[in-house]
Ligand binder design. Structure first.
Ligand SMILES: [Zn+2]
Ligand SMILES: [Zn+2]
Length: 163
């Protein structure tokens, strides 16, 4: 797919400049001749642009991997709430300890769902703690966090198998 782009300029960037550095090295090794990466990533870029009084070309929020989950670069909101679709860019972890899905949620949905990703998770979250622990024993946690769609497909597949 990329084979015809070996002589094109390719610019890579990532949050902190570590993954794109690795990726650009990988591409250079595979015969791409003009690969560049943003040193220090978006974090560094935004700081430098600010220090130099330049307008940043990166708008919105930069996802970061610590507790903040996001560093605001500009006031633009370019993402959407995963629940209602209105503009929002606040990353959150589903409050249900058996889920912890990372997703984008607006303030209203955060209130409506108690910071959970679905009504199902909200129901669990509002159960007494002992019941939650009991429930989690029977659930493959990895499946819930990383493969929500598969989990939803399951009952249907089971149904099909019956026929
Ligand atoms: Zn919402
Ligand atoms: Zn959830």
């Amino acid at each position: 797919m990329m084979q015809d782009k070996k002589d094109k300029n390719i610019i890579m960037y990532c949050t902190g400049g570590i993954r794109c550095e690795k990726a650009s090295a990988y591409m250079l090794h595979h015969g791409f001749n003009h690969v560049y990466h943003l040193e220090g990533g978006i974090i560094n870029y935004a700081r430098q642009a600010k220090a130099a009084g330049l307008e940043t070309k990166f708008i919105g929020k930069n996802f970061v991997f610590d507790d903040r989950l996001g560093e605001r670069i500009t006031e633009d909101i370019i993402a959407k709430c995963h629940q209602c679709g209105k503009p929002a860019d606040t990353h959150t972890n589903c409050k249900n300890d058996g889920c912890h899905l990372l997703f984008i949620q607006c303030d209203e949905c955060a209130k409506q769902f108690d910071g959970c990703c679905t009504v199902e998770c909200q129901t669990v979250y509002n159960l007494p703690l002992e019941e939650q622990v009991e429930l989690r024993k029977g659930i493959d946690k990895g499946m819930m966090v990383f493969n929500k769609s598969k989990k939803r497909l399951r009952p249907r597949l089971d149904e099909m198998n019956k026929k």
